[in-house]
Design a protein around this ligand. Structure first.
Ligand SMILES: Nc1ncnc2c1ncn2[C@@H]1O[C@H](COP(=O)(O)OP(=O)(O)O)[C@@H](O)[C@H]1O
Ligand SMILES: [Mg+2]
Length: 327
């Protein structure tokens, strides 16, 4: 069943370009004209190869960095035009929190666990020191860390425990949206599944929305309601996890799924990705980004960029062949 929820965050035409080269006249298109909606209480997965722009999109959306252009609406309020610096100092900061990939890097080594969790609470929520203490202890309980760990420093924690602190710190301020950038990829496999279960439980309990970034489609499929597939800065497919996984319409999505061992497709039907993605620097805006690598390319693919188009099953796809009904 397709559940439609009120949009929490609505992104339109979002781009982030970086000037590169000695003259800084060439442009690297890290994120290019992205449209994305995340509903209230919805978990949206963002997948794609390394370098396709996932972290950049996550950081722009979380307002840690400024977009080059485009709109970001949070509960109907335009936040894309507020500078990242001003956003960081505003009351809106508490609405979007981020969990980073490497908990070692994101935790201040000089802060105890208690201080790490209390710091954003003091800045964003406020209250008496007893209020703050109560909220920190509740956050520790929520992520399954014993309360006495509050007095420990990051170097006294395991990778999984550090990840739990990173999550506790982010959820303590009760965000509406949690942006998770590959939150388990620095962890041992056995710890990864514990953290994923914790994240799934917290999302259900609190009704938060997630933007869950991962290069692992298998992880995203289990955790997320919807999947956005990104290729060279653009969303090429977006839809319910089940539809995207079982009826992928974009040849790149098919290749990602076929790269998963035992994904259920026969070897003969598998799409194999050859070569590597083309350059994100000044890419041809009148061609599909996947040309040259696409196994089902048409002549039109090098002449026009396929728009993200509804196929009627709830999925959106940017592929001339799929749009023409000939996948
Ligand atoms: N601060 C920056 N300056 C210049 N280029 C950047 C910067 N951040 C990211 N990029 C480039 O943007 C593209 C997308 O990077 P990123 O968002 O980190 O991808 P992913 O998270 O999918 O691996 C890459 O080509 C990367 O080199
Ligand atoms: Mg990344």
């Amino acid at each position: 069943m397709t559940v439609t929820r009120a949009p929490l965050i609505n992104v339109r035409g979002l781009s982030k370009r970086y000037p590169v080269g000695t003259l800084r006249r060439r442009m690297l298109y890290a994120v290019d004209e992205v449209d994305l909606t995340i509903g209230e209480g919805e978990c949206v997965g963002l997948v794609g190869e390394s370098g396709c722009g996932k972290s950049t999109l996550a950081r722009v959306l979380a307002r840690l960095i400024d977009p080059t252009s485009g709109e970001i609406e949070l509960s109907g309020v335009e936040i894309g035009t507020i500078s990242a610096k001003r956003f960081g100092g505003s009351s809106l900061r508490g609405d979007i929190q981020v969990v980073f990939q490497d908990p070692t890097e994101s935790l201040n080594p000089g802060f105890t666990v208690f201080q790490a969790i209390a710091d954003p609470l003091k800045r964003l929520v406020g209250g008496s020191s007893q209020d703050i203490t109560d909220l920190v202890l509740a956050a520790l309980d929520d992520v399954g860390l014993p309360r006495e760990y509050g007095s420990r420093y990051p170097h006294q924690l395991s990778g999984g425990q550090k990840a739990r602190v990173g999550i506790a710190r982010a959820i303590a301020v009760k965000p509406k949206l949690l942006v998770l950038d590959e939150p388990t990829s620095a962890l041992d496999v056995s710890v990864q599944s514990l953290i994923l279960h914790l994240l799934a439980k917290l999302q259900k309990q609190r009704g938060m929305s997630y933007l869950f970034v991962s290069h692992d489609l298998n992880v995203v499929r289990l955790l997320c309601d919807k999947i956005a597939v990104m290729y060279l800065g653009r969303i090429v497919e977006f839809g319910q996890s089940k539809s995207v996984f079982h009826e992928p319409r974009h040849p790149y999505t098919r290749a990602l799924i076929d790269a998963i061992p035992d994904a259920g497709r026969k070897n003969a039907d598998r799409t194999k990705l050859e070569g590597s993605a083309s350059s994100p620097i000044d890419p041809d805006q009148n061609a599909c980004r996947f040309t040259g690598r696409c196994p089902v390319e048409l002549p039109i693919c090098t002449k026009a960029m396929p728009p993200l188009t509804s196929l009627g099953n709830g999925s959106l796809v940017a592929c001339h062949r799929a749009i023409e009904g000939n996948p």
